[in-house]
Design a protein around this ligand. Structure first.
Ligand code: NAD
Length: 256
């Protein structure tokens, strides 16, 4: 039985929304520590204070300001996490942006950094620093990684990429260097700052259509999502993909 207790997690996009909710839910499950990795300095410091206030446990959280699209910064985030907690067991590749204008940036944050972060964990850090025989990588994809979401072709492509990467790498024994399970989570609408898309990210008339869609679709809070996801991650098989809607968290079946 793989337990969350006393494990250490690095969470990208951990300063806000889903990443922050994962951090808190993991600490509720007796994780030893979480490293929040985010480009947003202000939210990162706020998140640390919120966690310290809520959990009253010294040294259970750090924030490392990081642009995950910069390889040096990404590697520094791993190094700082190890220096602080002396172990690393879980990588949650969660940072993401909703951008249909800056195509390369959207691909770099949502997909390239997921691949590079996973490689760093599997090849360099898990083999030396995980506290149990097995490490875990959780990739936040999206329902847009399972079915195209209207008017968001770039975002949709990146999330299909995350699902494909997880199935390919998580399901391939040749990649099980030092034993790592990799799974993907595909949430439907979650009420987070990402839902407040601006015209810089999605040009009109598509923006209005997306805003309407967000208003009219039932969504979940990041806390509700985290409560459904965290119990699943301990024993989910490697390469598995999970859809998380208001109805619950279920494994996705793909045609064989
Ligand atoms: P959010 O905007 O609250 O959180 C995303 C975080 O990623 C932010 O704190 C942001 O600063 C950080 N980030 C962005 N670019 C970064 C970079 N280059 N380096 C480091 N950090 C960076 O949004 P969220 O909804 O919590 O999104 C989390 C994940 O969930 C994303 O991958 C998103 O695609 C996915 N998702 C969201 C929804 C939804 O409806 N909100 C649905 C499905 C999937």
């Amino acid at each position: 039985m793989w337990e969350l207790k006393n494990k250490v997690a690095l969470i990208t996009g951990g300063a806000s929304g889903i990443g922050l909710a994962y951090a808190k839910e993991l600490l509720r499950n007796d994780l030893k520590g979480v490293a929040l990795i985010d480009i947003n300095n202000e939210n990162g410091n706020k998140a640390v204070n919120e966690i310290l206030e809520e959990f009253k446990r010294k040294n259970c959280v750090i924030f490392i300001k990081t642009d995950i699209t910069d390889e040096k910064q990404l590697e520094n985030a791993f190094e700082t996490t190890i220096k602080t907690f002396h172990q690393l067991d879980i990588l949650i590749n969660n940072a993401g942006i909703f951008h249909e204008v800056e195509v390369e940036k959207c691909i770099d944050v949502n997909l390239v950094a997921v691949i590079k972060g996973s490689m760093l964990a599997i090849e360099k850090y898990f083999p030396k620093y995980k506290s149990a025989p097995e490490g875990l990588i959780v990739n936040t994809a999206s329902i847009a990684g399972l079915q195209p979401v209207e008017r968001t072709p770039t975002y949709t492509a990146t999330k299909y990429g995350v699902v494909g990467f997880t199935r390919a790498m998580g399901g391939d024994v040749r990649y099980q260097v030092g034993k790592t399970r990799m799974i993907a989570i595909c949430p439907s609408l979650v009420y987070t700052p990402m839902c407040n898309a601006t015209e810089d990210c999605v040009p009109e008339p598509f923006l209005s259509m997306i805003v309407d869609c967000v208003k009219n679709k039932p969504g979940q809070t990041p806390e509700e999502l985290a409560k459904k996801v965290i119990p699943v991650i301990s024993n989910a098989p490697t390469g598995s993909v999970w859809i998380v809607t208001t109805a619950g968290c279920n494994e996705v079946e793909f045609p064989s």
